[in-house]
Write a protein that binds this ligand. Structure first.
Ligand code: AMP
Length: 144
């Protein structure tokens, strides 16, 4: 039987598993939905952070939220894309944590969310921790 020793797991830091902010696809407050749809489609990610120019986190944006916002009674009103700003439709409920939080304390949040947004002590966006990166690391304990 394979077992993961508690100590080994506790040794893993969020910093070693996170995707740093400079590698996270995002949109900025003030961007319109056309730009956001372009970033989402080109990056292939289902949901991305909305930041302001100082890198403070404001929300999350996904393709379904965008499509919902331009859904008319009989058709999708694509012409609205360039006049709606991301901050008017983004989801402001964001799974977030301080980067220095222990990994074990993020596991419950990761069970319910594919990724957690990380902020530094000053509240600036630091990057994201994905469920995939944690599972990948845990899997190394299971390999013989
Ligand atoms: P993954 O487990 O790698 O498929 O990532 C899960 C989710 O995390 C993706 O669907 C995105 O919403 C988000 N994500 C992962 N990597 C990035 C990235 N580099 N930039 C923006 N969002 C990301």
């Amino acid at each position: 039987m394979t077992s993961i020793h508690n100590g080994e797991f506790l040794d893993i830091t969020v910093k070693e598993l996170m995707i740093p902010s400079e590698r996270v696809a995002h949109v900025q407050v003030g961007n319109n939905l056309e730009h956001a749809l372009l970033v989402l489609t080109k990056s292939g990610y289902s949901s991305i952070p909305v930041l302001d120019p100082s890198y403070k986190l404001h929300g999350l944006l996904s393709t379904p939220i965008i499509m919902e916002s331009i859904l008319g009674l009989e058709r999708i009103e694509f012409e609205k894309l360039d006049s709606i700003k991301v901050e008017t439709i983004m989801n402001t409920i964001v799974p977030r944590a301080n980067t220095n939080t222990a990994l074990k304390d993020m596991m419950e949040m990761l069970t319910d969310n594919p990724f957690i947004c990380l902020e530094d002590d000053e509240g600036f966006f630091d990057g994201i921790l994905t469920r995939r990166s944690v599972l990948k690391r845990l899997n190394t304990f299971l390999e013989i």
